[in-house]
Design a protein. Structure first.
Length: 138
């Protein structure tokens, strides 16, 4: 009885780290897949890659979540779904806006938002977001 319990514990501790590493690799691979799929114009599969990341059972760092939301915003913008894109950009902005070390990413989000307002011909709002991005780099 004790021997089988020890064997089960041994197997668990040998297998569990491999599962955790595989999950982390899966998330990373889905980000790589996104880059290829988005560049090729396969927006549906690119979106599925980012949704996989967001629905991962793994506890992800905020930077991953911000990147996934920003990428989903890019997909929606590319497919002309501007309102959906703004929702994803807002989610990314809310996660990052109170953190000092990610200002460049925040500037990227502002530029992406300004592009949507430019497409919608809402030029004053587009300029407002571009100015926010510029202020970050001053």
């Amino acid at each position: 009885m004790i021997r089988s319990f020890i064997t089960i514990l041994f197997i668990f501790f040998c297998v569990y780290p491999k599962i955790a590493i595989a999950q982390s690799g899966d998330v990373y691979n889905h980000f790589l897949d996104f880059l290829k799929l988005n560049a090729s114009g396969n927006f549906i599969a690119a979106e599925e890659s980012m949704l996989f990341v967001l629905n991962s059972s793994e506890k992800l760092p905020e930077e991953y979540l911000v990147a996934a939301y920003n990428n989903l915003g890019l997909i929606k913008k590319s497919s002309g779904q501007y309102q959906e894109a703004l929702k994803y950009y807002d989610l990314a902005e809310n996660l990052i806006s109170n953190r000092q070390q990610n200002f460049e990413t925040l500037a990227d989000i502002y530029v992406n938002i300004s592009r949507i307002y430019t497409f919608r011909k809402s030029f004053p709002t587009a300029i407002e977001y571009l100015e926010k991005a510029i202020r970050i780099f001053q």
